[in-house]
Design a protein around this ligand. Structure first.
Ligand code: NVA
Length: 366
């Protein structure tokens, strides 16, 4: 019996990690919470169905490249068990024509010390995604006597969980930004809803993005579930599609965070970092002016890196500006060709979920 699960942040030495798989990925049909994620001029508007096989194969090749790089550095890599997402699914409260994918494990699994918790996602098409990780969770449960296998309260995702007229009209970018500034999002406060990728773990402190995929009630739920932790709701006013914190605010090592220059953390929320001598640096510009085809994410996946320890960081091979900045910041960037996986739910950080990092739960903001 060994200790398999332990991780309190995104930068301590990584020893074991889950890397997603693209098999059977589907572009989901529109549903109340997903439309906001597809820009009005995107070629993905109004289309849904299984992703083209060739793109799945290329994405899997990129994911395998990442896995190989990690293994060559002594990191144990676990993979989910793909599920056929191209089938109708439902609960007593809703029906959807398909699921989505098991590519971005970061959206689904939150590791807090010896606990891995499946999140309370707001997309109906992602309701059953946790099942792809259950064989691994069961394995950890059998092999690690301290592993806590947890599922957050399942949201019901009835019509009450969404604002139904939120996207009826073609809203302009300005209007979107205004809504972000006013903390007016598509989800209601009917029940706690959150994606694990909105949660930034820094030991005792959790910085959680309040946006399109995580609501205020989730913050309250976190406060009660983790009374020993400090929960900070954070917002990034320049983001028209505030979903997931890891292309916006990315820690590289204790005391250093890169922040998307178009989505700066407001002064008020910076205070805790400044008071504790943390440096927040504007991230370098992305190398690309457009995301790849059929991609939900922005070009800022450039900063969605996977930190291996306080020095080494895996970044996407074409992101040369980000690599240069990493070097200037004293990091050693390790390039992996990964862009073919972007359309399946994100970059290098999204595509992984922590299982084991050395280190304890530190108090960085005493
Ligand atoms: N909303 C983010 C997703 C990051 C994984 C972006 O596309 O920038």
């Amino acid at each position: 019996m060994t200790k398999i699960v332990n991780s309190w942040n995104d930068f301590d030495p990584l020893k074991r990690v889950i890397v997603g798989k693209a098999d059977f990925s589907v572009i989901p049909d529109e549903e109340p919470a997903t439309s906001e994620k597809v820009p009005v001029d995107s070629e993905m508007r109004g289309m849904w169905g299984p992703r083209p096989t060739e793109t799945v194969e290329k994405a899997n090749a990129a994911l395998d490249r990442l896995a190989k790089e990690l293994e060559s550095r002594g990191v144990i890599v676990d993979r989910p068990t793909p599920i056929q997402w191209n089938q109708a699914m439902g609960t007593p409260d809703f029906r959807v024509p398909s699921g989505m994918t098991q590519m971005p494990p970061r959206d689904i699994l939150l590791t807090m010390g010896n606990e891995i918790m499946a999140s309370a996602n707001s997309f109906r098409c992602r309701y059953f995604e946790y099942l792809a990780y259950w064989p691994l969770m069961n394995q950890y449960f059998e092999e690690d006597p301290e592993f806590k296998w947890t599922q957050a309260p399942r949201p019901r995702l009835t019509d009450k969980s969404y604002k139904h007229n939120y996207y009826d009209e073609q809203i302009s970018l300005e209007e979107r930004l205004e809504r972000t500034a006013n903390l007016d999002f598509v989800t209601t406060e009917a029940e706690p809803m959150w994606d694990a990728a909105d949660v930034l773990r820094l030991g005792k402190d959790l910085f959680i993005q309040h946006g399109l995929t995580t609501n205020r009630k989730a913050m309250e739920w976190f406060k009660r579930y983790y009374p020993e932790h400090r929960i900070h709701a954070v917002n990034f006013p320049g983001d028209p599609y505030p979903i997931h914190i890891d292309a916006t605010f990315v820690p590289l090592r204790p005391g250093l965070i890169i922040n998307n220059p178009e989505r700066r953390l407001p002064e008020e929320q910076r205070k805790i970092f400044e008071a504790n001598d943390w440096q927040i640096v504007d991230a370098a510009q992305p190398s690309h002016s457009e995301p790849p085809p059929l991609c939900y994410s922005s070009v800022w996946l450039s900063m969605n890196c996977l930190v291996l320890d306080h020095k080494n960081v895996i970044i996407e091979a074409s992101e040369v500006h980000q690599a240069e900045q990493m070097e200037k910041l004293g990091m050693n960037p390790i390039p992996v060709d990964f862009r073919d996986a972007y359309a399946f739910g994100g970059g290098l950080h999204c595509a992984t979920a922590d299982v084991y990092r050395e280190g304890d739960c530190e108090d960085y903001f005493p």
